[in-house]
Write a protein that binds this ligand. Sequence first.
Ligand code: HDD
Length: 698
Amino acid sequence: MATDNTFDTDRGTGGETHQHVPEKGTHTGTNHLTTNQGFHVSDNQNSLRSGERGPTLLEDFVLREKIFHFDHERIPERIVHARGSAAHGFFELFESLSDITKADLFQRPGEKTPVFTRFSTVAGGAGSVDTPRDVRGFAVKFYTKEGNWDLVGNNIPVFFIQDAIKFPDLVHAVKMEADRAFPQAGSAHDTFWDWASLMPETTHMLMWAMSDRTIPRSFRTMEGFGVHTFILVNAKGKSTFVKFHWKPKLGLQSTVWDEALKLQAADNDYHRRDLWESIRSGNFPEWELGLQLFDQDFADAQPYDVLDATKIIPEEIIPVRIVGRMVLDRNPDNFFAETEQAAYCPANIIPGIDFSNDPLLQGRLFSYLDTQKSRLGTANFHQLPINAPKCPVMNFQRDGQMQMNVPMGRANYEPNSLAGHDEEGGPRECPVSGFSTFQGRSQQQEQGDKLRVRAELFADHYSQARLFWRSQQPSEQAHIASSFVFELSKVGLAQVPPRMVGNLRNVDEDLAKRVAAGLGLALPQKAPAARAPFDMEPSPALSIHTNMKATIEGRTIGILVADGTDASALAKLTKAIQTAGARVFLVAPKIGGAKLADGTIVKADGQLMGSPSQLFDAIAILLSQGATRTLINEGAAVQWVMDAFGHLKAIGYGPEAKQLLDKAGIEPDQGVVLIDDNFVEAAARRYWDREPKVRSLA
Ligand code: HDD
């Protein structure tokens, strides 16, 4: 009778198995496949049945356990930020901050604190794509010696709403529509713009959302922000307001919208893969932590409220003080156990850091703990390895589903007098080192009538939206106006686009006119403003195009090769790119590679059809004349060049490949260079001035 139709069990499953299979009949091997109860499994290919062709027996506990566990593998995904990727690393302090905070991780220069950092999109489900137009989450869990501190931020320093009570409406409006369950992972639809156009407080964040900030090149090239004003408290009880910033070592970089759209087809996992591969190859993503520090007098003197999460403090007014760095140097071992089960919570803070009265933050303090119970199914989720603090946890909380610890002793209440009576009394509260809420968050006493109101300055919804607009380069303004046109063009409710453009007239008349013209709308009435906007000094720090670093470090350059490519030219180019800190990705018509002119074979990293130029920061084309003649009739090759040009990337080419450029309709400019003419330097930037030649922008 056959016992195994598929695999030779003694050899495992074709090399994928981690099990070392010991000699048959022995029970001494350490790598046996077992059930969850620890029984060795003798046959993982056939269920237990009555007779060779008979029914499967209910008695088969091996089968039942395996299917049972599989049936329960999925847990509810996060209601927002469901799609994400994370990595382990460390935070290293540059200078002691003992003058402003007693938080232990900020005391000793050079000291490292472990972190687990998760990046995410907001609107899409866990299986959605990486490159929709969307805000990105930037959540850092610091495992400090005093307990876990979670800085749960975004890649944008402001938020859509001022009060947490609006959060369910925001999320319902932006996620797929209630009746039809589409669209997935995007804001370009009726319900989002219906809601947003009725909520003028969203306007500042909408400006950021329609900018290139929401189509980042990678997680490694995004800024991160704690968004809210927090409070630092030193050992003497003195407080300082703080806003947290993460600055990427590689500088800010974004894609262009057409590229982001095409990336959704080229690689669903574009950002996830980038994070994973850069860590695996030893190019560890890095950010500096910066603080904006200010006091109550400064806060009182501003024309906006520092407790309003729709407002920033321009960096030119309060400079960002760099105090440390975060390096992500280890990929998770298991996506589910770590990334999926990671439970961040803004309420996780440590002595020396405190909340402000920002009404958005105050609501968040409740939501995250609450959602983890529904997502992870038990109040004991903090015991999961990824969530457990790396310092001792001792209290009298007991029991609950999935209790994974075995609390010792008789005492499970406090106070008790068991200590000293041959019994352990358990831990005691510690007034000196324990967390005590900072008294006096604002100069006003925290008491008053019970009111459902917002402070007066919260009513200014447009001044900072205008500040953002006026701080952008013309190329970036064109992207913002065009994004509004793109998104509102997807809206079928006739009343919505004019309402939105009416709001934009409070931001900037030119912006509103451009959006109206792009939509083919007559300019609507200006919406009434609850508080008249005023002009602020433009902030160059808000522009990506001003602040991009002219370097190819950390980037990927695609080189198209084929049979007959000059081997020495390829070697020279590869060396130059790698020396400058970038990665080379060889693309060839066949994955098996190309036979170079000197007869050597190089293997391709990707086949032409499956490796469109969206995947690269710049491209180079090294072909023989024969290969060029063939490839000018290959749509994928022509598209490769056209897209790189259209996405404003540098194109390097050997003279033999010129015909391919001509076929793709390339009009040479500064970014189209012969490979010998310092292609590496050309590849360090994007060519924004090319854009009007390749698309019409609003
Ligand atoms: Fe939130 C997840 C960031 C407002 C309620 N949020 C979540 C994550 C990030 C943020 C990065 C994913 C964390 C992870 O990787 O697991 N959220 C923000 C920022 C906000 C913000 C920067 C404004 C400044 N959030 C906000 C409000 C509420 C929530 C006002 C509710 C009142 N957020 C949640 C949540 C989530 C969440 C429902 C979903 C999954 C989770 O918490 O763990 O509780």
